[in-house]
Each structure stands twice: as structure tokens, then as C-alpha cells.
Design a protein around this ligand. Structure first.
Ligand code: NAD
Length: 277
């Protein structure tokens, strides 16, 4: 399976990045989003990123972007990678529709951070061809792809996605389908604890983040990282961890919920723990 034509669904911060790296690898990409204007914003972000990467010897921006087309609906392709909102019902509906639209041999992959791949596979007629392909933000920069095997995923499908990740210049790491997989099971409690430290007045946001960057040699602090991921996405992931693992330690900090209710979603809305120009 070489996946010459890839359908990327969801043109937010992750979907745009995924479309960019797939197109840079020489493949044709169809990019779909349910919200009008989202693909235009994704094209603008992809161009900025590609121009920056071209200055360091990366691919020609026009050539890469020439391989990406915006599409109004799902289309037939060899592979779908979905990066829509982190909501189980939305994703299950999408997998049902994709199962009807893409040819039976196509693979359906999800970039979900936490929603069980096994449940997404179960709503399709090809559960052996459903898999998690979890990229990291920003996609054009970060090397890791967590390849998540549902209970039903075949060895052939998992191996094809591992090969694709390598061909995109990424480093795959395989995980089984368990709430939050490996990455978010470790990351989310860290971000949540930082939110609690802020809520309880232990320190100001800048001090919390400085302690992580200088003390633990992290490239960014937990509050800045939560803003980058999106506080809505963080809360959605924590809900899945909380429900799936049944341990109250995974419940989202009330401050996170409050910020989300106020529309303070992080960088994508201009304000989260910090303000963005
Ligand atoms: N943000 C991160 O750091 C990060 C990292 C890894 C994985 N993820 C996962 O990637 C997915 C997307 O996250 P994001 O940060 O890009 O979110 P986002 O809010 O930036 O983008 C989501 C996009 O999906 C679109 N959308 C929603 N429902 C749709 C549907 N039914 N059909 C087509 N388009 C639809 C929205 O209009 C929006 O443009 C989530 O599952 C998230 O958990 C996010």
C-alpha cells in the first residue's frame, strides 16, 4: 500500500499540517473541512510554513501546495486521515460516511488524541483497515507519529502506516488502543497539574512555565503547551482519560473548563493562559 492519494478531513491546525507533510512527500492530497473558509486559512498557514522551511532547504512551496486541492465533501482516495474536532460522535459519523465513500481497500486513519480507535473501527465494514495515526503539533516540525492499533487493526494495515510515517520523514512509535494511548496518558496529567498550581495560587503562569523549561529542559512550559494544543482539545482528552480509566486523577481542572466555557481556547482563539496578538 503506497497511498498515492490521501484525503485529509478537518483543516484546523493539525489537518493543515498533515496535508502539508503528505503533499511534501509527493502525494496528492484532497483537503476537506465542514466549515466554509477553513481550507483557505489552512492554505495560508501551509504557505507560511513551507516558505519558512524552503529557506532552510525544504521543498518548493508552490510545488507542494500544487498537490493539495480543497474539496467540498468526502472523496474517494487510498487513505483518509481525519483530524476533525475531538468528539467521539463526530468522528464515528465521519467514519461511517468515509466507509461509504472510500473504496473498500482504502485505509481509514484517525489523528485522534484519545478517542478509542476500536470504536471507530467498529462503525465501519473494514475494521481491519482502521488505525490511529497520531501526529504532533506543529506537524511539519515534530518527528513523532504514534501509530495506534485498534483491537481489529490488521498487521498489514499497521505496517503500511508505519512505512508511510517513515516516508513522511517521521519516526513512528506503536501503541495499543488504550485511553490516551501513551502520549496523552503521560502529557495530560502534567498539563492538568500545572492548571491546578495556577488555580491554587502556587505561582503565576510565567513562573510555572519557566520552571518546566529551565528546570526540566522542556522546549515550552505546560501552560504554553496547553494553549498551543487548544484548551478545548485538552479538556476533551482528559474527559476520555477520566471516563476510560475510571480514575478521578484524570478529571480536568475546573480552571480549564472555565476558560473553555469563556471561549479562551488558547492560541487558536487569541487567548488562553496567555494572550496572543
Ligand atoms: N491540537 C493538537 O496539538 C493536537 C495534537 C495531536 C492530535 N490532535 C487531534 O487532532 C484533531 C484536530 O485537532 P485540531 O487541534 O486540529 O483542532 P482544530 O479545532 O484546530 O480543527 C478542527 C477542524 O475540524 C473541522 N471539523 C469539525 N467537524 C468536522 C466534520 N464533521 N467534518 C469536517 N471537518 C470538521 C473544524 O471546522 C476545524 O477546522 C483532534 O482529534 C485532536 O485531538 C490535536
Amino acid at each position: 500500500m503506497r497511498f498515492e492519494h490521501v484525503l485529509v478531513v478537518g483543516a484546523g491546525q493539525m489537518g493543515g499540517g498533515i496535508a502539508q507533510v503528505v503533499a511534501t512527500s509527493g502525494r496528492r492530497v484532497s483537503l476537506h473541512d465542514a466549515v466554509p473558509g477553513a481550507t483557505d486559512r489552512a492554505f495560508a498557514t501551509m504557505r507560511t510554513s513551507l516558505v519558512r522551511l524552503a529557506e532552510k532547504g525544504g521543498a518548493d512551496p508552490d510545488e507542494a501546495l500544487g498537490r493539495v486541492s480543497a474539496v467540498d465533501d468526502l472523496v474517494a482516495a487510498d487513505l483518509m486521515i481525519e483530524a476533525v474536532v475531538e468528539d467521539a460522535k463526530e468522528k464515528e459519523d465521519l467514519f461511517r460516511r468515509a466507509d461509504e465513500t472510500l473504496p473498500p481497500a482504502a485505509v481509514l486513519a484517525s489523528n485522534t488524541s484519545s478517542i478509542p480507535i476500536t470504536s471507530l473501527a467498529a462503525v465501519t465494514s473494514r475494521p481491519d483497515r482502521v488505525v490511529g495515526m497520531h501526529f504532533f503539533n506543529p506537524v511539519p516540525v515534530l518527528k513523532l507519529v504514534e501509530v495506534v492499533r485498534a483491537v481489529q487493526t490488521s498487521d498489514e494495515t499497521a505496517a503500511a502506516i508505519v512505512e508511510l510515517a517513515k516516508d513522511l520523514g517521521k519516526v513512528p512509535a506503536e501503541a495499543r488502543d488504550f485511553p490516551g494511548f501513551v502520549s496523552n496518558r503521560i502529557l495530560m496529567p502534567f498539563l492538568n497539574e500545572a492548571a491546578y498550581a495556577l488555580l491554587e495560587g502556587v505561582a503565576e503562569p510565567e513562573a510555572i512555565d519557566t520552571i518546566a523549561t529551565l528546570g526540566f529542559a522542556h522546549p515550552m512550559g505546560p501552560l504554553a503547551l496547553a494553549d498551543l494544543i487548544g484548551l478545548d482539545t485538552c479538556v476533551a482528552i482528559m474527559e476520555v482519560l477520566h471516563e476510560g480509566l475510571g480514575d478521578p486523577k484524570y478529571a480536568p481542572c475546573p480552571l480549564l473548563r472555565q476558560y473553555v466555557a469563556a471561549g479562551r481556547l488558547g492560541r487558536k482563539s487569541g487567548r488562553g493562559f496567555y494572550e496572543y496578538g
